[in-house]
Design a binder for this molecule. Sequence first.
Ligand code: PLP
Length: 380
Amino acid sequence: MKMKPDTQFLHTGNEIDPLYGASSVPIYQASTFHQGFDDEVLYDYARSGNPTRAALESIIATLEGGVRGFAFSSGMAAITAALLILPAGSHVIACEDLYGGTFRALTRVFSRLGIETTFVDATDPQNIARALRPNTHAVYLETPSNPTMRIIDIRACASIAKDAGALTMVDNTFMTPYFQKPHELGADIVLHSATKFLGGHSDVVAGVATVNSDALAKEMYLIQNGFGAILGPQDCFLVMRGIKTLGVRMRQSEATAIQMAAFLKEQPQVHTVYYPGLKEHEGHAIHARQATGPGALLSFALRDEETVRAFVTRLKLPLFAVSLGAVESILSYPIRMSHAAMPELERQKRGITAGLLRLSVGLEDAGDLIEDFRQAFAGL
Ligand SMILES: *Cc1c(COP(=O)(O)O)cnc(C)c1O
């Protein structure tokens, strides 16, 4: 039966505990498993595999349409595991609007291992074609990008990568499989910070990855088991619980985000609103083709740091914090938070200015949220 996403979030085949019929997957808080002397066992040691983690990994593989899923101790652990499958001396092409931590890992850690990255404006896929080298083994993308919501045509980029024999990796944290399924568009590896929408409640740090072939599954498993950055069973449970309500949360937050974007556009203090749901947003048409909705994240630019300080100080509802994708709205200040690790010059190139704020819309009443923003603007 071909299920709609809302049904699938609850029915991936992992919903009933095979042993006792429990309605949620038990937390197997065990580090090792007893073995009969001559038995072939499914689980031997919990870094290598744990039934709670296996359930989450199966769920995310089903949702993303991948061959196999992997759960890691953070989004960065998932991302670095994917990059660690590349051979020494590889060249990576990454979109220039990248999560700050991924930028840091590529420029300050992988560079030491002889893995060099070229950052390109991937909103024009030809820039990827132009940056290809004989040793280009991966094209790394994020769309919508962080924090200015630039849109990349996944299918076009993946096709260029494939022709060159390179893997396409897509960080799908902002969209989740509810809105966007990169494997269907040609991505080989899909990555998530499950800390965000998948977990959804600001109570767990986690990462997941899915792959589209058995060969890649073998490589990822080698890194997951070999480097050991696995997700613990309690945290696996929390991510699975979050996924059950992914559809309702994404729909509700998106509906409010659409209203917030319209409201922000009207405010004289707001210079620019970055939201893929706005018709005038660059890449709007491409996004509408590859995703089923604009999502719950938007950014907007005020004049400068002073204005941001006054505005944020007056706001009452959103959490002012690093992170996104939760039940509560979270406002973040990229230059000091997610993109603090990026050199200022790089930030400026990407429009990540001292006036830029990113809003992750939660589940508060839309009217209340708008009222809160209205009173904060009134004080500027
Ligand atoms: C948060 C985030 C990450 C890193 O995930 P952690 O769980 O914090 O390690 C990677 N990519 C994006 C788009 C993110 O928002």
